[in-house]
Design a protein around this ligand. Structure first.
Ligand code: HDE
Length: 756
């Protein structure tokens, strides 16, 4: 009765019954009157999906999954086996000629185990090696349905996704909080096949043509002789490149801004960077730029925090993403598009849409929300999912097409090519995390790591042996049809268009859009990075590019380097600021923010208990910080200590609340001395580590609160109780209310010198 099953049976019958006549509808086989090269048959029923492409779909006699099912479950059965499923009685001792004798070569288990281990590492990604991923769901609002026929963008469609965030320059084991661009790559498993949006948290790119990508990455990666520095742009070759290729000025400026050191993956914007072309059901096209807008707002670290985190918690962003998802604080981004008419010149308000060093200010083309992304599940296995996921800008679905951006063209080659080395052959789409969730019926066969057991004999078409399938679909059956865009009639050249020559007006707009604090941070970042360069000529050339952006920027950096500020070599561009580019001055939800509650055995434990519940009720995360681990108080009401004075560091918290007089740490300063029989050092109040926690939080513009008992701790480290963003109250709850209000602004910006 099931039409799919009936059709499948017919195909199976046709395959088994051997040569048949034309009455079977398979002309071209023996017996047919006029062999034809046209499509030999018409699908009479909806075509059956090919049998599972993942491997033999069989179940073992014991009912254990094998083949594709086993690939999904990986482990089954209760007993240790080798890779062939043979149970092993011991995996801790090699097979020897007697307990003290030589190890025997015939020990298959030893050799299999060590052989597999020897090959556990695969090459890391040549860029974006360091990353973290998560599963989620994308729900479309349907607001893009007038400009694209993509099925997953129709109203209320839910599509599973996998997202991988990354840094660009560092190795797999490098720190998360380095100054760098972040990758933001999303795999949508749509009903029409996989769509990958392989974007960044910065909307522009260093170069305008993919042919320079190897060069810019060679310049950014560690020096080839000493292999230092790791995951840093603060070195000569990077600055040499970006000052000689001035098209890099805009991206570099974004890197030197707070965007280069995000607070969390959860507080990053994402951008598709290139201009894409959407196609609707009527065949009309619209040019678009894709945006991800984080619900928590765009929020960054301050530089000192980034450096501290690099040491005390190199996994800062990875941990943050994982913990937030585990805690149920599911990060969300709204997906949006800026739309532009698809005119022959492909410019908008004078901005060349094919130049990936350009943005279009949101004030000129507002970002229209088209759906919501929620990350709600952590990977089960980092290697299987986050490491093996393979994105590709060429993974497109009907309704989404490319433009002639020359940077995009090279990427369309690179992402497929790189997987062959990284994932060991052309069959990486069969790895579970990469499998489409739409039926796959390709004619690709064999190759390294082929896990599918393909049936049939004719992986070509047309054919007259495998029931004629696979059939080709037309546009009305959901086929991907390239937009028949006109190709300009022109001579073959290796050249960029003249409009790609403006390298300073967009950086100037970015600079003019920044608040004083953000400008101060940018000047600090350039000064730090250039001061790390050895070559004087590179520093001078960098100052020249800065002079062409803005004299204040150039003078600030020149002063820090102890060099004269040059005059601009081009007239300064007359551009309007784009307020949407600034991170300061808006109010965001406090969800998922982390509140450190500092207390001790003598603290107000009832107050702490109550305030913990209020923090949780407000969608935030409370972390109780006390002198030693374990619990505070007794019985059922005992409070679990989540951070000790030894393990807490300011970077982890968005706000601190001192509830009662902090206690004195038991390990480094007291118990150890006492244990060793040494006289205990006279304790300062508060514990020096609490002092450091408070002083850093204050310096980094974080909200700080204290109950009456805790105020002395603030005063002891010189924090004025009437300073901006410092709040007090009788109870912890009263303090929390004020802290939550302050969190909306992300930081207490007034505390930074430029705001004074
Ligand atoms: Fe990539 N890029 N890229 N890139 N890129 C890779 O693909 C490349 C560019 C981006 O989490 C590689 O599978 C070229 C822009 C992300 O797995 C490689 C050019 C943007 C990721 C590659 C660019 C990106 C990559 C390395 C210049 C933002 C990580 C491993 C034309 C729009 C994806 C891999 C993940 C990864 C090539 C420029 C984003 C080598 C040739 C522009 C987020 O194929």
């Amino acid at each position: 009765t099931n039409p799919l099953k009936r059709a499948a049976d017919k195909v199976a019958d046709a395959l088994q019954s051997g040569p048949t006549g034309p009455e079977d509808g398979i002309p071209g086989k023996p017996g047919a009157e006029s062999p034809s090269v046209a499509e030999p048959t018409e699908p009479r029923e909806p075509l059956p999906p090919k049998p599972d492409q993942g491997g033999p779909a069989t179940v073992s006699p014991t009912g254990q999954p094998t083949g594709a099912d086993q690939a999904r479950t990986a482990q089954s059965g209760s007993y240790l086996t080798d890779a062939q499923g043979v149970r092993r009685y011991d995996t801790d001792h090699s097979l020897k000629a007697g307990p003290r004798g030589p190890v025997l070569l015939q020990d298959h288990h030893l050799r299999e185990k060590v052989m597999h281990f020897d090959h556990e590492r695969i090459p890391e990604r040549v860029v974006h090696a360091r990353g973290a991923g998560a599963h989620g769901v994308f729900r479309s609002y349907g607001t893009a349905a007038n400009v694209t026929k993509a099925a997953f963008l129709a109203e209320d469609v839910e599509t599973p996704v996998f997202v991988r965030f990354s840094t660009v320059l560092g190795s797999r084991g490098s720190a998360d909080t380095v100054r760098d661009t972040r990758g933001f790559a999303t795999k949508f498993y749509t009903s029409e096949g996989v769509f990958d949006l392989v974007g960044n948290n910065i909307p522009v790119f260093f170069i305008q043509d993919a042919i320079k990508f190897p060069d810019v990455i060679h310049a950014g990666k560690p020096h080839p002789d000493r292999e230092i520095p790791q995951a840093q742009s603060a070195h000569d070759t990077f600055w040499d490149f970006v000052t000689l290729h001035t098209e890099a000025t805009h991206h570099t400026l974004w890197n030197m801004s707070d965007r280069g050191i995000p607070r969390s993956y959860r507080t990053m914007e994402g951008f598709g960077v290139h201009t894409f072309r959407l196609v609707n059901a009527a065949g009309e096209t619209t040019l678009v730029k894709f945006h991800w807008k984080p619900r928590l707002g765009v929020h960054s670290l301050v530089w000192e925090e980034a450096q501290i985190a690099g040491g005390v918690d190199p996994d800062f962003h990875r941990r943050d993403l994982y913990d937030a998802i585990e805690a149920g604080a599911h990060p969300e981004w709204e997906f949006g598009i800026q739309t532009f008419p698809d005119t022959p010149d492909q410019t908008f308000e004078g901005i060349d849409l094919l130049d990936p060093t350009n943005i279009v200010p949101e004030e000129l083309a507002p970002v229209q929300p088209i759906g919501l992304l929620t990350l709600n599940r952590n990977p089960t296995n980092f290697f299987a999912e986050t490491e093996q996921v393979a994105f590709h800008v060429g993974h497109l679905v009907p309704g989404i097409d490319i433009t002639d951006d020359p940077l995009l063209a090279g990427r369309l080659f690179s992402y497929l090519d790189t997987q062959i080395t990284r994932l060991g052959g052309p069959n990486f789409p069969q790895i579970p995390i990469n499998r489409p969730q739409a039926p796959v019926n390709d004619m690709l066969r064999d190759g390294f790591h082929q896990t599918a057991v393909h049936r049939g004999v004719a992986p070509y078409r047309p054919n007259s042996l495998d029931g004629g399938c696979p059939f080709t679909a037309g546009a009305d059956m959901g086929a991907y049809i390239e937009t028949p865009v006109r190709v300009p009639e022109a001579a073959k050249v290796r050249e960029a268009p003249e409009s790609f020559g403006d390298h300073y007006s967009q950086p100037r707009r970015f600079w003019l859009s920044m608040s004083p604090v953000e400008r101060e941070h940018i000047i600090g970042a350039y000064t730090f990075e250039l001061a790390k360069c050895y070559e004087q000529a590179i520093k001078e050339r960098a100052l020249q590019t800065l002079a062409n952006i803005d004299p204040e920027l150039c003078a600030g950096v020149a002063a820090g380097l102890g060099l004269p500020a040059p005059e601009p070599t081009e007239p300064l561009a007359d551009v309007e600021p784009s307020p949407a580019l600034s991170q300061v001055g808006r109010i965001w939800p406090a969800d998922g923010r982390i509140i450190g509650i500092i207390t001790g055995p003598d603290g107000d434990l009832d107050g702490v208990r109550a305030v913990r519940q209020e923090v949780l009720a407000g969608g935030m995360v409370p972390l109780v910080v006390a002198p030693a681990g374990g619990t505070l108080g007794d019985g059922d009401d005992a409070l679990t200590v989540q951070r000790t004075y030894a393990t807490a560091r300011s970077v982890e918290f968005d706000a601190l609340l001192v509830a009662g007089t902090p206690g004195v740490g038991a390990d480094a300063y007291g118990a150890r001395d006492a244990k060793a029989g040494r006289p205990t050092v006279q304790q300062a109040t508060p514990d020096p580590r609490v002092g450091l926690l408070l002083a850093e939080a204050y310096r980094h513009g974080k909200a700080i609160g204290a109950t009456s008992g805790g105020q002395s701790a603030l005063e002891a480290v010189g924090i004025p109780l009437d300073a901006p963003g410092v709040v007090t109250g009788d109870t912890a709850s009263a303090v929390l209310q004020q802290l939550t209000g302050l969190l909306g602004g992300h930081r207490v910006w007034e505390r930074f010198p430029s705001a004074a």
